[in-house]
Each structure stands twice: as C-alpha cells, then as structure tokens.
Design a protein around this ligand. Sequence first.
Ligand code: X5A
Ligand code: ZN
Length: 648
Amino acid sequence: MGTALVYHEDMTATRLLWDDPECEIERPERLTAALDRLRQRGLEQRCLLLSAREASEEELGLVHSPEYVSLVRETQVLGKEELQALSGQFDAICFHPSTFHCARLAAGAGLQLVDAVLTGAVQNGLALVRPPGHHSQRAAANGFCVFNNVAIAAAHAKQKHGLHRILVVDWDVHHGQGIQYLFEDDPSILYFSWHRYEHGRFWPFLRESDADAVGRGQGLGFTVNLPWNQFDPELVLVSAGFDSAIGDPEGQMQATPECFAHLTQLLQVLAGGRVCAVLEGGYHLESLAESVCMTVQTLLGDPAPPLSGSMVPCQSALESIQSARAAQAPHWKSLQLQDVTPVLMSPSILSPEERPPPLLPGGPVCKGAASAPSSLLDQPCLCPAPSVRTAVALTAPDITLVLPPDVIQQEGSALREETEAWARPHESLAREEALAALGKLLYLLDGMLDGQVNSGIAATPASAAAATLDVAIRRGLSHGAQRLLCVALGQLDRPPDLAHDGRSLWLNIRGKEAAALSMFHVSTPLPAMTGGFLSCILGLVLPLAYSFQPDLVLVALGPGHGLQGRHAALLAAMLRGLAGGRVLALLEEDSTPQLAGILARVLNGEAPPSLGASSVASPEDVRALMYLRGQLEPQWKMLQVGAFTPQK
Ligand code: X5A
Ligand code: ZN
C-alpha cells in the first residue's frame, strides 16, 4: 500500500545564530544528509513524497497553551539579542526568526503523515522534520523541541479520526518527558520510551524518567515500558530519534543502523502495520543517514539485515527491563503471570549526596563509541538485494490464490536426477507427486541460497512432509547455509541422523510436553490461545532465534499443525527478522489458498493482520514457557531478557 515520506526544504532554515555548544549539533545538515542518502539508495524514489504543510494554530492548541503559541509566533520579529535572551529562559533551546515557521511545518508533517495512513492512502511513513518535538511541553520549549510533533499527531488521531488506542514508541536516546507529561493521565495513548538514564545523571536529569513512573489517574499503567500484547493499538507513532545510534555525540550508545530496521519491523506487526515515524534527535550525520535509510527501507517492506554482535544482553539492561516489568505488573495481566521480582529494591535514582556530576556530551565517552562508526558504518551490507523478494512454488497453482504483482509464481524445478538422488533414502518421496513437489522446493531453495530470491513458499503432500523437510535441511546446510533454524509445527520429528554440530536449531511447536533435549533440539506445546501464542513467540522463539543468528530459516506447517492463519502470519512476520528475511515456508499441499496467500504477502513484507486485544496465556502455557526458559537460559542468553534470574 506504500510508504509516505513527508518533508519540506524550509525546515532546514532554522539554525544557530550565536555560540552555543549544547545546541550546535541540531543543524540543518541533519535533514539534507538523511534525504541525500535516501536518494542515493533509491529509497526516496520508492516512497510517496508529501510536501509538509504548516500546522494551524488550532492544531498546535491540541497540546499547547494559546499563550505559548503566541510567544513562539512573536519570535519571528525578534532580533538576535532578544532571541538569545528568550532562548535562555528554556533548557537547551535556541530560537531563530524561522523557528515558528519550521516548527509549524514539523507539526504539520506529522499530521499529514497520520492523515495519509489513517485514510488508507499509504500503509506507513516517515516525517523528516526539524525542530524535533518530544521534549516540548504544554507551555515550554525544551531540548531543541518547540512544538510536540508526535503528541499533536496523537491528539489529532484521537480527535479527527476517532481512534481509541494509540501506541507511541520513543526510541530517541533521551526521555521524551514532554509526551509523558501531556498524556500521563490518558489511557488511550500508551507512551513507551527507552532512553539513557544513568540513574538520573543523563539529560534531562529527571526523577520521573525512571521505570516506576507508570502514569497516573486513569492513565496508570499507560506510561513507559510495556509489552504490547494486551493494548492492541489502532495506530503506532514513533518518536524516531537516532541519537541512540552508534557514533552519536549526544547519546554515546552503540545501536547499529540495523537495530532500527529490527525495531521498525517489530512494530509493524501491530495496528495492522499502521506505523508513523517522526524524526526526533540524531546528530551524527553518517549514522543518522544510515539509520533513517534502515527505517524507510523496512517501512517499504524490505527485510531487515541481520544484526551483528554477540547477542548477550548486558546486566544493567536486564536490570532496567526487570525494574520496568515490576513497576508495570500491577497494571498489565500479561506481566502478572511472569516472574517480575524487582531487582532493585530502591528507586534507581541516586540521592543528591551520592550523585556524581551530570553526564554531559563530550564527557566520558563510552568505550568504542567514538571509533566504532568508521568500522561499522563504512561497510554497508554489500550483498545486493535479491531480485525477487518472494516466490511461491506450489505444485498445483491455485487459480483462487491472489498474490501481489511482485510475488513470483515459480515454474521451475530442480533437475530430475538430482531430485531423485535427494529423494532416494526416503520411501515417502517415491511417489510422483512427492517427487514433483520436492523438485520445485529444491529449485526455490537453490534460488534462495544463491541470493536471487529472498523468501518463498513451497508445498508438499502431507505424507511426504517430514522427508521433504529433511531434504530441505540437508540441502540448505550443504549448499551455503552456516546456521539453519527450523521451526516445525505439527507431526514432524527432528531428522534422527541430523548432526548435532550446532549448525541447526530444531524447534518443534506441538504436542503436550515441553522438552529441551539439547540446546539445539527444543519442543514446546502449541498454546491454545492468542495470548499464549504471543508469549511463546516473544518469550521463546524469538530469543532463541536471535541468539542463534541463523542465515536460513525453515518454517514447516506439518500434519496436524493446528495453527490459525493469523497466527501463522504473525510467526512468519516475526521470523522474517532473522537471516535477513531468508525464510522458506513449507506447507501441506491441501492447505487453503488463504493460508498460502497470507503467508506469501507477509513474507513479501506486508503487515500481518492485527490479532485483536489478546487473552493472556493460560497457566499451562506459562508453565511450559517458564520450564523451557529455565532449561535453556544458560546457553541462549537472549532468553534472560524476558525472565530475569538475578545473577551473583
Ligand atoms: C530531540 C533531542 C536533545 C537535547 C539534549 C540537550 N534533544 N543536551 O534529542
Ligand atoms: Zn534525543
């Protein structure tokens, strides 16, 4: 359905008129660098370009006081000295005669994006704006922010489009206290922020940025850090700051550009894929440009490049996550079933006496942060994007199967002798139909391993499912895959003579028993309800998969898999985050065209249908999950993120 890119050149006008080391990083080149790179990568050309309009004063009034709007309006006619004096009344603000115009364009860009998404003109989009917005408050500019672009967009989505549940995800490195203040008593706007905090020593140095700020009044539980399986938003707004990216002089964090592709992709499974991202911070031009490209590319449906790095969460991150879970548990049923013992008994802010001086940019630099960008950013993913994103290889092409125009219906088959050689050890592959299906699967798989095709769907007669999967695994491992993840649903057993060499991870979702036969051979029951299914994916499948870092993923829906179409779509959408989206789905031949169609569209980058506000997991499902996590956590460290066991 398309991706919008909202921009207006005028937003490069506002700039610093005097010396101010704090404000100088928020400069016009931030926009031009991001836009140039989008052009260079051919991404701008794939978007629907919208020219930003100014927000009206009435629209600004959705979250700002009339007096404050007037005050900003009047800066247009002030001289340099007056501007500087007024700026001094706020924290980290530098007004310019064009500030009012730019800030109205920035707010207007967010509104236009929301309108485009909610009228169905596009599926999602990004607004490239200056000045940023998330620190700005009802009657105050703050932290380079003048009008609160994302907050105005959220209020507008409620007022003009009648939405009832809006998720705002703030991945800027700073806490968007402006958004928190504006909506802390509003349960219809769930504000989730991750930010650098340093026990209160990182700007904006606020006690209320901590995990125990959970909203108030009606809005209790609707501020800060939550899992998203009960809220079921109708729209996702992203305060997309890239100062959490590697190389940023403000944030001094280590997130690679690929991280933003994964964050975006994770959010795309919500709200039927209606995601509006609005630029906030991000001050390292190279890192900003790359991260913006990753975000837009993912909005366009391209698979996320694999994450690099060790996939071992650090202790302090685990503590922060656990604190937030503990603080949120009273307000969210899905957290109550889990182990949310607080790690920290006292609030994580230090008292004034024990507090070291504030951390300022240019102060102590995180190890590696300053030097990392050159190494990590100079070598963009060189592998060319496959020419075909998704191919469907069904034996009896179904005329009722409706596919998007760019999904290829594959005609080819592997050579007959070769197919027979692979089939020989398997009795169930002797039949002509099974052989024909195997030939098509091998051809598709080779296309994927050669890098011509990114993802695909193949089918097999039910009686040959296990043997076909067995061949696919062997073929994958012998023809270029280093690590292969196989997620098997239904009556499919791990091939008995598959080597235990750590190159394959077998995850079976079926039956009654949860069992970890080895760290590479895991079996878990298929949860009965949506809540349990989500917990299984988020709490087990993804942490295992991200820890394993496969370069090929097979998902097999075998005999009696019992999976609903929308659940299969969610599983496929989530697994697409692995292996650069190199996912092959294996279906039974008599699967419905609806199932094949939805999987093809999701593998091709479409958002899966929204699951609706889901039930929580059943006690049995939780028990199975907890058991497996306990067994596997020592080996697969990403599991620690969800179930924290304090470590000595
Ligand atoms: C939008 C944004 C940061 C202000 C930092 C002031 N503001 N030291 O990233
Ligand atoms: Zn920021």
